[in-house]
Design a protein around this ligand. Sequence first.
Ligand code: ASP
Length: 448
Amino acid sequence: MKVIKFGGSSLANAQQLQKVLAIVQADAERKIVVVSAPGKRDARDKKVTDLLIEFAKLVAEEAPYESVYQTILERYREIVIELHLAESIMQTIEKHFEKLLRTSFYSESLREDAFKASGEDCHAKLIAAYFAESGLNARYMNPKDAGIFVTSTPGNAQILPESYNFLAQLRSTEEVLVIPGFFGYNEKDEIITFSRGGSDITGAIVANGVQADVYENFTDVDAIYVANPNHVEEPKKIHQLTYSEMRELSYSGFSVFHDEALLPAFSSGIPVHVKNTNNPNGQGTMITRSRPRTDHILSGIASSSGFISIHISKYLMNREIGFIRRAAEIFEDLGLLLEHLPSGIDEMTIILRRDQLTPGKQAALLYRLKNELQADDVHIEANICLLMLVGEGMVQSVGTTARAAQALADAGINLLMINQGSSEISIMFGIDEKYEAKAVQAIYGAFF
Ligand code: ASP
């Protein structure tokens, strides 16, 4: 059996829902359908989830919310009218929100999660009604009834292991079950959402729980591309990737598939098939544990801006036991997540995401690093882009770094850092953000 997940753009309006119905009807093995909230209908539109966040904030501030509330209802109403669905579904949705507005919450983050989750929840009810009215033996299933139990970390839920035993019981379903993505329930029966884009995570968890033969992830692109189409014109498509390659690519900018969604698929070895709702017969991209070799050394080139590096130097640093631990503790105290730590003999560089560092934290960090570590010098370099070259093929080939570095040199791009993991499936270059597009183009030109 197959678990199939549709993203927000695949569910944004009535025409898209008609395509979704046809896709589900086309294959009797597509038994569990996980859905997102309605996404953008065009580039200027807003996602329902973003509207719900606004809605929750206004309610919390006791500010007028009627306008955003009506905009949200309108998104569903438009679909109900265009698909000629029974008016009762709109009543169900309105009742859902009325109840939500009457509920008191222990914290604002719990309120926000309950509001955010409504986007998926209401849409799953609407879609199940549409499927049933179109003759499919389908019904809505709440994540609690499915057995999706999570930690109490609003906006960042983690699945609890017992969920998988409950989910296993859905494997024998005769009906098509429509499950809203993006949230589960904690032990107090409160709604907790996964991180943004988390319907992918629900889909992967369900696929693992029912031991699906494949997890189909429908989105709005034909495949995952070798490089970001905003940087490279018509990049080649990737038809097969390993979980590890996908992980490296999604870390540094490939957003087609949520990085946290890989773990449930990876741990059970379930293939993930990324496909296009607007072209369901296209080949798509298959993500599996291993893949056949191809002529290409690289599978993909990713890039991500918004990093800073902190350089610490101290004469004879390499002889000081515990130096790295003491440095890392300072970051930990300030709640800063470290991304990479390339190091020299008497110097180390710590790379982190810029958006974590408020001016107050930055001042405290520099002060503590300099004084507590007795460092000779501590300074920050901002505006760093990490360029990631990913491919299982690198293990068997010689000279990949040389070729990439030459391509960047020919393009006049200075390398601030080079880092290669011991698994040899990725090489990372740190460059100035302003060269991001140029660097991706140079690497693409050299390898594809
Ligand atoms: N609707 C949620 C979001 O926009 C989750 C998802 O679409 O996967 O983040």
